[in-house]
Design a protein around this ligand. Sequence first.
Ligand code: PLP
Length: 340
Amino acid sequence: MSVLHRPASQKATPDRTPVVALDLDVAGVHRTIWLKLESHNPHGSLKDRTAETLWESVRNRVHPAEGVIESTSGNLGIALAARCAEHDVPFTAVVEPRTSPTSINMMRRYGARIVMIHRLDARGGYLLNRLAYVREQLLARPKLVWTNQYENDANPQAHRERTAPELWKQISRPATVMLAVSTGGTLAGFQQFVQRHRIPWTVVGVDVEGSFALVDEIPGTRVLTGIGSSQRSAFVRTGAAPQVIVSAGEAVAACLLISDVAGIALGGSSGALIAAALRWFHVNRHDDTDIAVVCPDGGDRYQSTVYSAQWRKENIAVHRPAPHVEVLRVHHGHRESSGS
Ligand SMILES: Cc1ncc(COP(=O)(O)O)c(C=O)c1O
């Protein structure tokens, strides 16, 4: 792969994260991937935006002593813990063994109460048991409020009204936009923005082996956190968006590649997006449309997993991405929309 880095021209604020362009040589053809780096949000992930709209949707119902509960694989928990701390209300994060110790420590630093669910569900994940615990608590404590990222329209709203318009302003060009899927909130928000404003984007959902998020079941075992789900997305209709399914090995190999050649440490689901983009370029050789990927978080939360040789040896077979891909240049920051 060959990369181009462009100069940074955008300051990250809670509502604005930078875009980096990777110029690639894919089997002799010049292609561009735009990376929107959501790790630049104040608490390090895309879920900062979701936490903000979820909080707004429930704030009038929050009891100061009972507070808020949410099931989380990490990023939303960190963002909600920070928001609840700001408003001085208790927050309970229902997590699982795959949640990284870094994320748990961050939630604790904001005063969150952590409930770890150790029991695997029938679908090889923990989500169904995390949700069962949340429901039990709601029955036992009627004043407790659940933000419910799985069904609350405030989840896609964050991306329909903020993330997607922001990316459109930054790149202003036709593109294939790839989004990692867990609850499906990001994907649904982008689909809704594109439909409502007739934006010339093809929106693609990227999922992992072993997930039930977009179809009834994709065979395989899920080892990455943040991407994939034990249940169908309540926000995305079957067949509503093209899909690419990648293995954990491909996702991790793409993280290592981008870290080596571009010096950008991405999280596992961003690696899945890069792997999907490279595959898309190979399959759609004659389509010269750029690809944009919304990278939900950065490598800081994955030092003991994706970026640990020991973890990789124990958990996955790392596949190198498709051959003949060379990073030509990496442009940090915004590229003028008239460029190609
Ligand atoms: C690591 C990670 N992967 C994927 C996603 C996409 O998740 P969802 O489908 O819930 O919007 C997120 C959301 O922020 C995330 O933090």
